[in-house]
Design a protein around this ligand. Structure first.
Ligand SMILES: [Zn+2]
Length: 67
């Protein structure tokens, strides 16, 4: 039975597998403000979803209250 010349240590194997679950999050663009948002979610920047304003955004208020 063949034996591997150099065995990978258990910690080295675990270290490699540690990043296996990391995946890039898919981002959609908001149709109104164009900022990246989570798909099927209300835009956190302008509060729009499918062309309707669902939540009155806090960002707008802050922008309006700027000195
Ligand atoms: Zn938006």
């Amino acid at each position: 039975m063949p034996v591997p010349a150099k065995r990978r240590s258990s910690s080295k194997g675990r270290r490699g597998r540690a990043n296996k679950g990391l995946a890039k999050k898919t981002l959609a663009k908001c149709s109104k403000c164009g900022k990246p948002t989570m798909p099927h979610h209300v835009c956190p920047f302008c509060g729009n979803y499918q062309g309707k304003e669902i939540i009155k955004s806090k960002v707008k208020k802050k922008a309006g209250s700027k000195k």
